[in-house]
Design a protein around this ligand. Structure first.
Ligand code: FRU
Length: 496
């Protein structure tokens, strides 16, 4: 019988070199044998993945890192794992490239960002340190990655302390250039335990001055803000962030922590102010999405990717020694002041020959061999339908999407799946779109993750789902949908 590991702090922060040599290969086998293993989403080979980091374009390739704890499905001693791609779809796995190996990051290389500078990629990240009393210290650090992916850390921190009045919950620097200056946005907490975002300005990468707290809302933002991220769409600033402990009267949300955004008319970098901010909006309406990172790509697009998972909750794959995945890459747009997130066009590279929907047998729309496909359809104006994914053949399990095009109401129900996932946070999620209009759906299903894009990315619902192996049936009940196409999607693993 398998031993269950007791994840004490001591074990979670144990040096990587102390683990037995056969430990990771055994863990890797468990993940490879899992029917929840993903075909075309980025996932850890072993252990836990969380935030995407350093999403960038450098030396003719897309680069992406993620927060990795390789030794188990828990938050332990973190590193940055590196991948690169020429098409945003097929990712070459590289290796851990930023490791917790200095006195400024001895207890974890935490989240951050990257921009190309000269012939290197500059990485800005948080070093997490625990002292003898287990008190937290946060350092904002820098490192250079060359074209062969060798990383050299800078000897001294970019910012060695939070400013006066703020605690050591000070992390996740987003480095960007704006009006010929470097800027860092950093997640922070005041001594009164209020979540804030701080803006620093740098005339060089090694000389940083605090501008101010970012002013974007009169509401209190819970006790901490993680992963702040500013991008510009149609010249308008869009601020993305993850508040923890936010009052539900401020924004309605059901997940343990939300990922929010606001848009504004202008960003005044002198005063760290977002002028005429919109109300706070949920970035994703599904069950599991956090720590979205976006950046301005050199081809003019603003691209994003998120962690499909949440802090402080557990998932069924934990039992197999691995946890979480990243979302697909999305392209962000601002349409009539509203943020749209579209799956990146390159995803069409995954499509195989489509299945014909005239094979439909009653309510059974398709019966693919595996849960690895893209499904597109339109629910006509004023019609109501229920689409069930991951259904068992006897139809008593499934993931139900109720679409009401009359009232513009969409409800996603995870309560009939083979495995429960954090039911204490509710088993339903809903979104409202315009009534009396067709509802267009583009859905990406991949073993144990489902991304639903409504009306070209006007709303997105991203969720983990844990079906039984044979739960691949797709049902459609109620009104006939139009323009139904299913493309099986190929794997991005070379060994599949
Ligand atoms: C968000 C987060 C970040 C931190 C990282 C540590 O999920 O808590 O604030 O840098 O994860 O892995």
């Amino acid at each position: 019988m398998k031993k269950t590991i007791e994840w004490t702090d001591e074990l979670r922060y144990q040096a990587y070199a102390k683990w037995p040599a056969d430990y990771l290969p055994n863990l890797k086998k468990q993940q490879q044998n899992s029917h929840w293993r993903l075909h075309y989403h980025i996932q850890p080979e072993t252990g836990l993945l969380n935030d995407p980091n350093g999403f960038s374009y450098f030396d003719g390739k897309w680069h992406l890192f993620y927060q990795a704890y390789p030794y188990g499905p828990v938050h332990g001693l973190k590193s940055w794992y590196h991948l690169s791609s020429t098409n945003l779809v097929d990712w070459q796995r590289d290796q851990l490239r930023l490791l917790p190996d200095t006195s400024y990051d001895s207890h974890g290389v935490y989240s951050g960002s990257a921009i190309p500078v000269g012939d290197h990629l500059f990485l800005a990240f948080t070093g997490n340190v625990r002292d003898q009393q287990w008190a937290r210290h946060a350092y904002q650090l820098g490192a250079w990655m060359d074209k062969d992916f060798h990383v050299t850390k800078q000897a001294t921190p970019l910012i060695a302390n939070p400013p006066e009045g703020y605690t050591q919950h000070f992390r996740d620097p987003q480095l960007f250039r704006y009006q010929d200056q470097y800027y860092l946005l950093i997640g922070a907490q005041t001594e009164n335990e209020e979540g804030k975002i701080l803006l620093y300005k740098g005339d060089t990468l090694n000389h940083w001055e605090l501008v101010h707290e970012v002013l974007f809302s009169n509401e209190q933002m819970g006790y901490m803000i993680e992963c702040p991220n500013l991008v510009f769409l149609e010249d308008k600033p869009v601020l993305i962030f993850c508040p923890q402990g936010l009052a539900k009267s401020t924004v309605a949300y059901q997940n343990i922590y939300p990922n929010l955004y606001i848009t504004a008319d202008h960003f005044d970098a002198e005063t760290a102010t977002l002028l005429h901010p919109s109300s706070l909006q949920n970035l994703d309406d599904g069950f599991d999405l956090y720590a979205i990172q976006a950046f301005q790509a050199p081809d003019g697009r603003v691209l994003s990717i998120g962690w499909v998972g949440l802090p402080d909750v557990s998932y069924p794959s934990d039992k197999e020694g691995w946890a979480h995945c990243l979302s697909l890459v999305r392209e962000l747009h601002l349409i009539d002041g509203q943020l749209y997130q579209k799956p990146v066009t390159e995803l069409a590279l995954l499509r195989q020959a489509p299945l014909a929907s005239h094979e439909r047998k009653g309510e059974v729309l398709f019966q693919p061999d595996t849960n690895s496909y893209e499904l597109e359809m339109t629910i006509p104006t004023d019609k109501q339908s229920v689409l069930t994914l991951f259904s068992s053949a006897n139809q008593n399990k499934g993931f139900d999407l109720h679409c009401d095009a009359k009232n513009g109401m969409i409800i996603l129900d995870r309560g009939r799946m083979a495995k429960e996932v954090n039911p204490e946070f509710g088993t339903k999620r809903s979104v409202q779109v315009s009534p009396h209009l067709p509802i267009h759906l583009r859905i990406f299903v991949d073993s144990s993750v489902c991304e639903i894009f409504i009306n070209d990315g006007q709303k997105v619902l991203t969720s983990r789902v844990f079906p039984d192996k044979t739960d691949t049936t797709i049902l459609l009940k109620g009104a006939q949908a139009e323009n139904i196409t299913l493309w099986p999607l190929r794997s991005i693993h070379l060994d599949d």
